[in-house]
Design a protein around this ligand. Structure first.
Ligand code: ATP
Length: 240
């Protein structure tokens, strides 16, 4: 397809506290193309996780539109959004979110099995996905037998197994040391270079450097963006 994999237009998310309306997101536009990784940076409370949750159909905007591979989420009922999320979108959480009593392969196969794929085909696809993240040997291990970095690589394999081409990662390196973070980002970058699209929320400029461009949120607004492969460090020192 030629259009962006993810398209946000005029996205607003407000919370009501008595008479006061709080704008967690105040009109955000964003396009992410196939093969592109966009980093999202900004101070605590600036709306990064809200943006990701809305992009992933986990939260609903107060107004504005979200399209994933040309499908407008606003035109779908709850079940259809859940299906689109399961089939098209991979979400990577800071704390991995693996099912503890399933093996690595079973964790990765889970979204395919939930989508009605046969157990064997799902298992095969899972092993291929684990191989791509360098963990084929760990297929039969349980999460508590894997290091943090290995668990996060399993989570990335699970996020991108099957037909899903959009990965939304909310501080996936937050719980990892810097060497392990590099290994996880290398895997994520390779999947993007192979044609996936990604959004990476991070607090750290050195990790944002793995993205093609960085957008910077402040008080729910996009305040600046780097061009391709710019060093995002200057955005952090930008005065309010
Ligand atoms: N359910 C909610 N009710 C009220 N306010 C909320 C709710 N969820 C988020 N917010 C507010 O929206 C704003 C944006 O939150 P969000 O979690 O998106 O920020 P963030 O940039 O991801 O922060 P951090 O870097 O600390 O994770 C915050 O001020 C937060 O308090």
């Amino acid at each position: 397809m030629s259009g962006p994999v993810l398209r946000l237009r005029a996205v607003e998310r407000t919370y009501q506290a008595g008479d006061v309306t709080f704008h967690a997101l105040a009109g955000v536009d964003l396009d992410v193309r196939a093969g592109e990784l966009v980093a999202v940076m900004g101070p605590s409370g600036s709306g990064k996780s809200t943006l990701l949750a809305i992009a992933g159909g986990l939260d609903t905007p107060t107004s504005g539109s979200i399209e994933v591979e040309g499908v407008d989420l606003g035109g779908l009922d709850e079940t259809a959004v859940a299906h689109l999320r399961r089939d098209r979108i991979g979400y990577v959480f800071q704390d991995y979110n693996l099912v503890t009593d399933l093996t690595a392969a079973e964790n990765v196969a889970l979204p395919l099995e939930l989508a009605g794929g046969g157990g064997r085909a799902a298992r095969r696809a899972a092993v291929v996905a684990l191989d791509e993240v360098g963990l084929a040997d760990a297929a039969d291990r349980f999460p508590d037998q894997l290091s943090g970095g290995q668990q996060q690589r399993v989570a990335i394999a699970r996020a991108l197994v099957g037909e899903r081409r959009l990965v939304l990662a909310d501080e996936p390196t937050g719980a990892l040391d810097s060497q392990t973070s590099m290994a996880v980002l290398t895997v994520l970058r390779a999947r993007i270079d192979a044609g996936a699209s990604g959004v990476l929320v991070t607090h750290e400029a050195r990790y944002a450097g793995w993205a093609d461009r960085t957008i910077f949120l402040r008080d729910g607004r996009l305040v600046d963006a780097t061009s391709e492969r710019d060093d995002p460090q200057h955005l952090l020192s930008q005065p309010s």
